[in-house]
Design a protein around this ligand. Structure first.
Ligand SMILES: [Zn+2]
Ligand SMILES: [Zn+2]
Length: 266
């Protein structure tokens, strides 16, 4: 079995207090690497700490649109400091959420701009959380696309037309466990039609649990079921899907470079 990567999990959440058990179940399912994602300053700091404690873990740091009120010059300085730490692969998850609308939209956009500037400054790719906001996302990203190291749309939720525009700009689409839901026809179409070399796999654990574990908290080992569904939808082998999506993650997040800088210099 080729190694899988869960490119988006929230391992600092209380659901994962028994981290050893979670990581061992992941390893049993072939999940060799996991990226744990920051959503605010405390979770970003925790993500970095986790990533520096285990060779299979990596981190991202960022402030989620739900926490946009948190961003001020001081927190931005703190985020910049975290972004430069060892084992940090990207700035994220950042973005726009017009579905939940927990923060005023102008504030969400302001928070996004400041963190995109930060990503350009520190030279890291970006993991985006975009819900019901692809139009604004597209107009904002235009300014930055030439200066960003890479763009990942986590939990991609657009239709094929939006996917096509994102692919044309060189972005990666990350596929969550919801692709296993019978009603997820829009996402399934995207997964069928997108080139395999632009897809990533994720859990967004503890959320978005795939079939057959729907109703339970999600965890990184379940990314295996997402990989199986992607293989089925594309008429590809699980081996091919695992190999290519792992290669994609290593490429966009420059994981091998990060690993060697950490483990050679240590
Ligand atoms: Zn998200
Ligand atoms: Zn997330």
């Amino acid at each position: 079995m080729e190694a899988l990567i869960d490119t988006h999990a929230h391992l600092d959440f209380p659901e994962f207090s028994d981290l050893e058990a979670v990581l061992s179940r992941a390893a049993q399912k072939g999940v060799a690497e996991i990226i744990t994602i920051g959503i605010d300053l405390p979770s970003s700091a925790k993500a970095v700490e986790l990533a520096q404690s285990r060779p299979e873990l990596y981190a991202t740091v960022g402030i989620h649109p739900h926490d946009a009120f948190d961003l001020d010059p001081r927190s931005l300085d703190r985020l910049r400091d975290l972004a430069r730490r060892d084992r940090v692969l990207a700035v994220g998850e950042i973005g726009l959420d017009y579905y939940r609308d927990r923060q005023p939209r102008p504030l969400q956009r302001e928070c996004l701009h400041r963190q995109l500037e930060l990503a350009c400054e520190v030279g890291l790719p970006v993991v985006f959380h975009i819900r019901d906001a692809y139009d604004d996302f597209m107009s904002i990203i235009k300014t930055y696309v030439g200066s960003l190291q890479g763009v990942v749309l986590h939990c991609f939720s657009g239709d094929w037309a939006i996917a096509r525009r994102c692919l044309d700009l060189g972005f990666y689409l990350s596929v969550p466990g919801t692709v296993t839901f019978p009603k997820a026809t829009k996402l399934q179409e995207v997964v069928r039609r997108a080139p395999l070399d632009r897809l990533l796999l994720e859990t967004d654990a503890p959320y978005l649990t795939p079939v057959p574990f729907r109703g339970k908290p999600n965890e990184p080992s379940y990314v295996f079921h997402t990989a199986e569904k992607v293989a089925e939808l594309r008429g590809a082998s699980l081996t091919e899907v695992a190999r290519q999506t792992t290669r994609n993650a290593h490429g966009v997040f420059r994981m091998e470079e990060t690993q060697s800088s950490r483990w050679v210099s240590a």
